[in-house]
Write a new protein. Structure first.
Length: 293
């Protein structure tokens, strides 16, 4: 458990970050996976003077951001689950959720192998997840102590993506809008919805005065490190786009392009995901570049 600011505490483990915003009543930002909530719960139980959880924020509807919802709802049965309208479409699809929770189980097994969590972590499954409230651009969450959290639409990685900004402390919760941190120096660009809208969102979010970036995976960036993170995210997406375009213009076969991308990115922290997951990711990146040409 790490206090990032007067009003924000980070819980979870090194692969999955959860942010508790508020001192008397609070919102949990990011819902992660079952194995991540397992770490969260251990820390929560030891927290003295903890706030009452009023909201759970599902920042976008990919398995590693929503499969922790059943466990969080067990912990906080009175909390309201919030997310975008596009996210609700995904969360209401039993076929998609079956795949999500299969990936969640694989993630728990990996976290056990890395000795991040214990072997007795509970497996969860839900045929559908129903949001209690739809939120989006222009909405604000009000919490005790006059805290106001601004909700922002953040498409590009996913059409259901949200970001959230706490003006009082210049703290931005990005979710996956800027990519996945393979390491402190390298970011996996994940413009799964579209390259251009991904870049527009990145540049827009970069325009908010920010002292702390609440990122859901791996390292948190603060103060003078924030601008450097955004620049790496932008550069990584640009470089991926140009590399794929150049390979296409050279007439390189699609399967060779995907194999090249997979070899380039599948290392470091990205290896918490299965090979099949990342092979699908690079397939989507190739498709999105083709759509721009």
């Amino acid at each position: 458990m790490i206090r990032l600011s007067e009003n924000v505490v980070q819980l979870g483990n090194r692969h999955f970050n959860y942010f508790v915003l508020g001192q008397e009543e609070a919102a949990v930002i990011e819902c992660g996976v079952s194995g991540g909530v397992y770490s969260f719960q251990k820390q929560w139980e030891q927290w003295q003077g903890k706030p009452k959880i009023r909201y759970l924020l599902a920042m976008h509807a990919h398995f590693d951001h929503v499969c922790g919802i059943p466990a969080l709802r067990e912990l906080f049965p009175e909390a309201r689950l919030l997310g975008s309208a596009e996210a609700q479409k995904v969360l209401g699809n039993p076929k998609i959720l079956k795949d999500f929770f299969a990936q969640d189980k694989c993630m728990s097994e990996l976290l056990i192998q890395e000795e991040i969590i214990d072997s007795d972590v509970q497996s969860y499954f839900a045929e559908q997840i129903v949001l209690d409230e739809i939120i989006g651009e222009g909405d604000e969450l009000e919490l005790a102590g006059s805290l106001r959290l601004k909700i922002l639409d953040a498409p590009g990685h996913s059409p259901c993506g949200l970001a959230a900004y706490l003006p009082a402390e210049q703290l931005m919760f990005l979710s996956d809008a800027a990519g996945f941190q393979i390491s402190d120096e390298e970011i996996f660009p994940i413009f799964f919805q579209g390259y251009e809208i991904y870049m527009e969102t990145l540049k827009r979010l970069m325009g908010f005065p920010t002292r702390i970036l609440g990122i859901p995976h791996e390292r948190i960036w603060t103060a003078g490190e924030v601008e450097g993170f955004y620049k790496r995210a932008i550069n990584s997406a640009q470089q991926a786009f140009e590399s794929i375009r150049n390979m296409l213009e050279q007439g390189i076969d699609d399967e060779v392009i995907k194999s090249t991308l997979y070899s380039r990115y599948y290392h470091g922290a990205l290896r918490i995901y299965t090979p099949a997951n990342i092979k699908l990711c690079v397939h989507i990146l190739l498709r999105r570049v083709k759509e721009c040409l």
